[in-house]
Design a protein around this ligand. Structure first.
Ligand code: COI
Length: 356
């Protein structure tokens, strides 16, 4: 650890951009903090670790990621509480997950100590960028891409790993309307749906845009073979409360991202004594529950989205209006508890937060 620490060179910005930021009116992902952490992979090892001013990077037109898509990322957050204390939420889980994505995409693993030291030092240096108001946080985007100049189709031999950060408010400012997608697919068995691969998001843009043109902020993706089973919602995992059970698609088929917020919500729900089921979830049963009034709560979970209430679900042109947000005891309760944990207001019995 000491070795990694001493290897990170730090070049600070001359003039912070902080005074230009209107923290009350931040658009998600449009403001970026002063610095970024960069590491390069060459000759079989990670090297040249540095924190430098946030700025455009130099890539070759033949950069392999631009052509063959070796690009993966993570999303995580830092929180600041009323006392000015800073907490990272489950950062070791992101450090693990990026390497699951890396393996599937034939990319080198990023050692946990490089990920964590780069992250901690970066967040410390830009700690004034972490908003402390209730719905805000510092969104952290670690990512890795193939940076070798290369036209042949083979795994790149050079990679760049970067972490940059952005102060953010909620990703969805109001409850969202979603449509069950019956034509396009996000993932297939044997594919890369479980990994946080840039191409998963790029491929989803066209169907998502079609949905947005018709008033749906998000799609609910279904399995590519039959479109009968629900998978996820692209920017988030999805959960349904039917009666007193919390039901969510299982991760077995590897077509759904293993969300860290998903895992946190399921853990808290179980601790609250809720009956949780991770299994195949059919569109039919959700529609039947919506029809007979048993569908009490539907929400998405994700780092950016946190817990995003779903207002309506449309299936084959039939729109189901879900219960009023104020009546959704389960997601409201878990949302509140989760924020308290993230802000260090609850004792961290699960070892989820890292205080800086
Ligand atoms: C996240 O929740 O961190 C995501 O990566 C979703 C989205 C912003 C792409």
């Amino acid at each position: 650890m000491v070795e990694v620490l001493s290897k990170i060179k730090v070049e600070k910005i001359n003039q912070s951009r902080l005074p230009e930021v209107d923290f009350d009116n931040i658009i998600f992902g449009k403001e970026f903090s002063d610095h970024m952490f960069v590491a390069e992979y060459k000759n079989g090892e990670w090297q040249n670790l540095k924190i430098v001013p946030y700025a455009p990077i130099n890539v070759s037109p033949a950069c392999a990621a631009l052509h063959y898509g070796q690009a993966i990322f993570e999303g995580m957050k830092a929180y600041k509480n009323e006392k000015g204390e800073i907490f990272l939420f489950r950062p070791y889980d992101n450090a693990k997950r990026i390497n699951i994505s890396a393996k599937r995409m034939c990319m080198p693993e990023i050692p946990e100590e490089i990920f964590m030291e780069g992250l901690k030092q970066l967040v410390q240096i830009d700690s004034d960028w972490i908003p402390s108001n209730e719905g805000s946080s510092l969104y952290i985007r670690p990512f890795m891409f193939a940076s070798e100049q290369l036209l042949g189709v083979r795994p790149s031999e050079e990679y760049t790993f970067i972490i940059f950060t952005a102060p953010v408010n909620s990703y969805y400012s109001v409850p969202v309307n979603v449509k069950v997608e019956m034509e396009y697919s996000r993932a297939m068995e044997g594919g890369v749906g479980f990994a946080k691969v840039a191409g998963n998001y790029g491929a989803a843009l066209y169907p998502a845009k079609m949905g947005q043109n018709n008033g749906y902020q998000q799609l609910i993706w279904t399995d590519s073979l039959t479109h009968e089973y629900i998978e996820e919602s692209g920017t988030m995992n999805v959960m349904f409360q039917i009666g007193n059970k919390l039901i969510t698609p299982s991760l077995d088929l590897k077509t759904t991202l293993s969300g860290i917020t998903r895992n946190s919500v399921l853990t808290l729900a179980r601790e609250l004594g809720i009956d949780v089921e991770e299994r195949r979830v059919s569109v039919k049963e959700i529609i039947a529950a919506a029809r007979n009034g048993e569908l009490k709560d539907v929400f998405g979970t994700g780092t950016a989205a946190t817990i995003a209430q779903i207002a309506t679900i449309t299936f084959n042109d039939e729109r189901f209006v879900l219960p009023e947000i104020s009546q959704r005891e389960l997601s409201n309760q878990i949302s509140h508890k989760l924020l308290n944990i993230k802000k260090g207001r609850e004792i961290d019995v699960r070892n989820w937060v890292l205080k800086l």
